[in-house]
Write a protein that binds this ligand. Sequence first.
Ligand SMILES: Cc1cc2nc3c(=O)[nH]c(=O)nc-3n(C[C@H](O)[C@H](O)[C@H](O)COP(=O)(O)O)c2cc1C
Length: 209
Amino acid sequence: MKIVGISGSPRAKGNTDILVREALKAASEMGAKTEFIALSGKKIKPCNGCGTCRTENSKGTCAIKDDDLPRIYEAIKEADGIIVGSPVYFLSVTAQLKALFDRSVILRYSKGVPVDRPGVPGGPEFLLKNKVGGAIAVGGGRDGGQLFTVNSILQWMLMQSMIVVGNNYGMGGSAKAGTKGDAINDEIGLAMAKHVGLRVAEVAGKIIE
Ligand SMILES: Cc1cc2nc3c(=O)[nH]c(=O)nc-3n(C[C@H](O)[C@H](O)[C@H](O)COP(=O)(O)O)c2cc1C
């Protein structure tokens, strides 16, 4: 079982990194192989709406090839579970994570053919289908938009036909931390992140059994 954790923060070694690593640690204690991917320091371009990914000639690939997203997509395509964390930026995910979400439309296409869905016949499966997903958000405010942010992440996962899990508390991890590294002092936030890791590993383990 492989579980990939993505930290959507542009700030290296910040609170999101801490929380995603906490979730991965719990998953690895359940026997998962884990990989941590930070978006900080990576070149990530936004979707420019060119539509190349929707043409048959493109074979479901993105026209933007000179950045770090293709490698990240390769890593999540191989995973059984995906944990995504984001700092709250104006009540939602960071621009870097939104770019990853938007350009992941290529994971809903294969060989340029949209997959089978209501009203659109044909095509193979979504490439992230049935992978297990969990979400974590950290904001500087106590109620600073963590729930909206977790929801945005889970909605992306649902759009990819993934199976989403919570953490026995609620919809996902929610932490309060503002300054860099402060998440280590948020015991409840750390526990919530840990339980996201446990749930993702638990359900992914059952699916690949
Ligand atoms: C551009 C920007 C917008 C932010 N917006 C919010 C917000 O809406 N709500 C909130 O609680 N915190 C907000 N914050 C605070 C961050 O979510 C908080 O500092 C978080 O711990 C950063 O995580 P990181 O260390 O992983 O980057 C914002 C921070 C930045 C830089």
